[in-house]
Design a protein around this ligand. Structure first.
Ligand code: MG
Length: 310
């Protein structure tokens, strides 16, 4: 049984908690969080606001040590999947086609989009294999799990390498491009699994539904039926978790390839380190070389040019 307990603690208690969970800290960045820790199967996320979220079978026990719950949500289902009023009942147990993308916020590397189909008979098996939110997995785990998942279920993976991205980007904004890619991956996968039809298609939401529907109207092979949109889609169906893992593994492999070709470690993300590496690429081969590895319209390009000119 999965539980979520939320407590609010004082600065003082937060300090004590930080020390207490020191050895259980996870090397993970969650927006606005102070730290993330894992004890047994319980994940503890402490936010700078003083809110601490305990998730897992022992959530109640873990939270009780530090305070009284501000709100408690106890899920009685045996799976860790949440329910949502916008999704059909018992959603996590249906035959679902899920899609997700990775790389959109990273200066280096491609945008990868994956659609994956999980028949209801495969849901338990994938969960048992550890298919879950890729943010809870290490990079090597993601790459390893991805190759296992690919053997077990039908999927379509689309990879837009930077060179291609830089050609498309002036015409398609980032959201439009993602819509086109999700739609195309879903369309191709539906063709592949036909005559089997999923009971629902769940897209890990990256834009309001109306926006998605607007952009999809300009696509050739439009998929419009049985579509559901929800953020953190991987928590609602393992198909989105599988799609997320496959697209992340592909992104990581491409970054690795870029690093090898360039002879320097290419970072994920779009921080100061990306500027530095981009500057080194500029020195090596100018914008022509950089355009093969990075998304040029990011602000990182101008910063890199300044560094390279020094
Ligand atoms: Mg996503």
């Amino acid at each position: 049984m999965s539980q979520t307990q939320v407590i609010k603690v004082t600065k003082d208690t937060m300090k004590k908690m930080k020390t207490y969970y020191e050895k259980n800290r996870l090397n993970r960045t969650v927006p606005y969080s102070d730290f993330v820790a894992k004890v047994g199967n319980t994940t503890i996320t402490a936010y700078t606001s003083g809110k601490v979220v305990f998730q897992g079978p022992e959530a109640e026990k873990g939270a009780a040590k530090w305070g009284t719950p501000a709100q408690s949500k106890t899920s009685t289902s045996t799976s860790s999947s949440k329910s949502s009023s916008i999704l059909p009942a018992n959603f996590s147990q249906l035959s679902v086609l899920g899609s997700d993308e990775v790389g959109n916020g990273s200066y280096f590397g491609p945008v990868t989009v994956c659609a994956a189909y999980v028949d209801k008979t495969m849901v338990a098996k994938l969960k048992a294999l550890g298919v879950r939110d890729s943010k809870e997995l290490t990079d090597p785990q993601i790459v390893q799990l991805s190759s296992v998942i690919k053997e077990l279920i039908p999927y379509k993976l689309l990879i837009v390498e930077p060179e291609k991205y830089n050609q498309i980007q002036p015409k398609y904004n980032a959201v439009h491009m993602k819509v086109a890619l999700h739609n195309q991956a879903i369309h191709l996968l539906l063709n592949e699994i036909a005559p089997t039809k999923p009971e629902a298609i769940l897209i890990d939401q990256f834009t309001p539904e109306a926006n998605y529907r607007k952009y999809v109207r300009s696509e050739q092979n439009q998929v419009n039926e049985k579509l559901y949109f929800i953020t953190k889609g991987e928590q609602y169906h393992v198909a989105v978790a599988a799609a997320s893992i496959i697209s992340r593994a592909a992104f990581l492999e491409e970054l690795d390839k870029e690093s090898k070709e360039l002879g320097m470690k290419v970072p994920s993300g779009a921080g100061a380190n990306s500027d530095k590496v981009a500057a080194a690429v500029l020195v090596k081969g100018g914008v022509a070389l950089l355009s093969k590895y990075a998304k040029l319209h990011f602000a990182n390009t101008e910063k890199a040019k300044k560094i390279a000119a020094k």
